[in-house]
Design a protein around this ligand. Structure first.
Ligand code: AMP
Length: 536
């Protein structure tokens, strides 16, 4: 049997009704705050996340689903090179696995030696090539054979420059072109989060020109984390971003406060009360530089006792030490300096304004000076909402400001922004207790009994559905007992009997399946009666 892949799951009814409920409420709240929906692709260029989220974050360094697509230029070019040079007769060595396949169509003695040297966009590794050539030549002359030929594979944009360099070195260069229809190789990644994609789209479509600066999204994200309750490899986020040129006020603390107030409103509207909002300021680029220096210093004497990841982070990106989950490292982490001591005047003032505005808006919060969030792009305000009933994975949503991200991703002008992502899986878990309230459920099961009653029942069910009720329709070929069982199993609140006597009297037996109470109700009053009873 083929099962769903580890860390993924099927969302089934009736739980899907809860997902719809959450999404509908979120859309309504977003509309009230003038956010509009954006849908970005599920996969993007790997580089977007490497640059945006940060190379040293857990997400980018360990958790991304990355795959290469396109034709391998080495195969295509090497094949072409060989086919056009039939004078090379002797096969000496095929070094790369997979080449055998490519050359399967050639006769063995058509092929001469191939050495593949990859030259990346960063510039040709000429030194490596020369070393190889020297080795080969000495080997070849020792064996009394001819020296090797080389196939150089370079990105087409680099081809001319590389040819020039190699020619200077006295190595023979054969010009090779990418064949027509060639699909260049790319590295793609299933999105692990959606902010980078939204900011990319904002820049690509110059959304500032259209005044689109409040965007929300709902959709799946992918991270290769160790699955556990509340943590999946395909999970869902509901998020929103406020982004825009500085002139649009996107940097102002009022945007931070408004966004947090919106989240507070949404959670309450969903009936979630047991939550805590933690906020912190992670400073701007300058504060962070000073803080990183301080962290490096503080880490120097203790980092030897820490995990391998932390030892690396201490050098490359010391802030990420706070993402460490290794229990033995936590006592060391607790002694490290906190960012609040390194905030410059501007960041400090911004943070104080955010707090004052939150108080004004009646949004309760706590300052957590150790909250840094696991993504590099955050600046100044960072926040997280946790929920009491969720256990270890209790972060229900997180977010923060990301001034500077747009420029990092190539925006021609600064576009400060702030956003959040709600973990929808966890939000639904927090709501599960209220599932029965949120799911509308089945109001009535219409049960035709007696000859010719199917037609009448079909009409009556249609009438009730048009009145806005949720109705399931039985079938006379079932016996009444079976329909009672079906109605109970489907969770119907009522069963409505449609028999000859009822049709004649135009009044129908309506039985409450929970209480067993049965009454006769005139057709015209049915819908109202069903609604009334269950709103009681
Ligand atoms: P982040 O994008 O890391 O800031 O996460 C934002 C929110 O998404 C978190 O607070 C979680 O509620 C949720 N989340 C992150 N990773 C996962 C996961 N692997 N499974 C389920 N929810 C997640």
């Amino acid at each position: 049997m083929i099962k769903a892949v580890r860390g993924t799951r099927d969302l089934l009814p009736p739980e899907t009704a809860l997902w719809n409920f959450v999404e509908t409420q979120a859309r309504e709240v977003f509309r009230a705050y003038n956010f509009q929906e954006i849908r970005t692709p599920i996969f993007e260029a790997t580089e977007l996340f490497a640059r945006g989220v940060g190379e040293e974050t857990d997400i980018v360094s360990k958790e991304m689903y990355t795959f290469r697509t396109g034709d391998d230029p080495r195969w295509v070019l090497a094949t072409k090179w060989l086919v056009t040079r039939p004078k090379y007769k002797k096969i000496e060595q095929l070094r790369r696995p997979g080449f055998g396949q490519v050359f399967a169509g050639l006769r063995e003695d058509d092929v001469w030696e191939i050495v593949i040297v990859e030259i990346g966009a960063g510039g040709p590794k000429l030194a490596a090539l020369k070393k190889m050539q020297a080795e080969r030549q000495s080997l070849a002359s020792a064996a009394g054979e001819r020296p090797s030929r080389y196939v150089l594979v370079v990105p087409s944009s680099e081809a001319q420059r590389v040819s020039g360099l190699i020619n200077q070195d006295g190595i023979e260069v054969q010009g090779l072109e990418m064949p027509e229809g060639y699909d260049p190789p790319e590295s793609l990644t299933l999105r692990p989060e959606n902010t980078a994609g939204v900011v990319r789209a904002y820049i690509e479509h110059k959304l500032w020109d259209r005044g689109l600066n409040k965007l929300y999204y709902i959709g799946p994200q992918f991270r290769r984390e160790r699955p556990q309750k509340g943590r999946y490899r395909q999970f869902y986020q509901i998020g929103a971003e406020v982004i825009g040129p500085s002139s649009s006020g996107s940097e102002h603390p009022i945007r931070d406060a408004e966004l947090l107030e919106m989240l507070d409103t949404l959670l309450r509207r969903l009936g979630i009360a047991d939550f805590t909002l933690y906020i912190n300021s992670v400073g701007d680029a300058q504060d962070r530089a000073a803080y990183n220096d301080a962290l490096r210093k503080a880490l120097q004497p203790v980092v030897g006792q820490m995990c391998a990841d932390c030892q690396r982070r201490a050098v490359t990106n010391p802030l990420r030490v706070f993402d460490c989950k290794v229990p033995e490292d936590q006592p060391v982490i607790a002694t490290l300096p906190v960012i609040s001591s390194y905030l410059g005047e501007a960041s400090r003032e911004h943070f104080q304004n955010v707090q004052a505005l939150l108080k004004e808006a009646g949004v309760a919060f706590e300052v957590n000076p150790r909250l840094v969030r696991g993504l590099d792009y955050y600046t100044r305000t960072a926040f997280e909402f946790t929920h009491g009933a969720l256990g270890a994975q209790n972060a229900i949503l997180g977010g923060g400001r990301y001034d500077g991200l747009a420029e990092l991703l190539g925006s021609p002008q600064p576009a400060p922004g702030i956003g959040f992502a709600i973990g929808e899986d966890r939000l639904v878990m927090a709501l599960q207790a209220r599932a029965s309230e949120a799911t509308a459920g089945l109001d009535v099961y219409v049960a035709p009994v007696g000859e010719g009653m199917n037609r009448k029942a079909l009409r009556l069910a249609g009438d009730l559905r048009r009145e806005g009720l949720t109705v399931e329709l039985g079938d006379r070929s079932f016996r009444l007992k079976k329909m009672f069982e079906a109605a109970t199993k489907a969770g119907a609140k009522y069963i409505l009997i449609v028999g000859e006597n009822e049709i004649k009297a135009d009044s129908f037996s309506l039985k409450n399946l929970a209480t067993g109470e049965q009454v006769s109700v005139p057709r015209a009053e049915l819908a109202q009666r069903i609604r009334e009873q269950h709103s009681r």
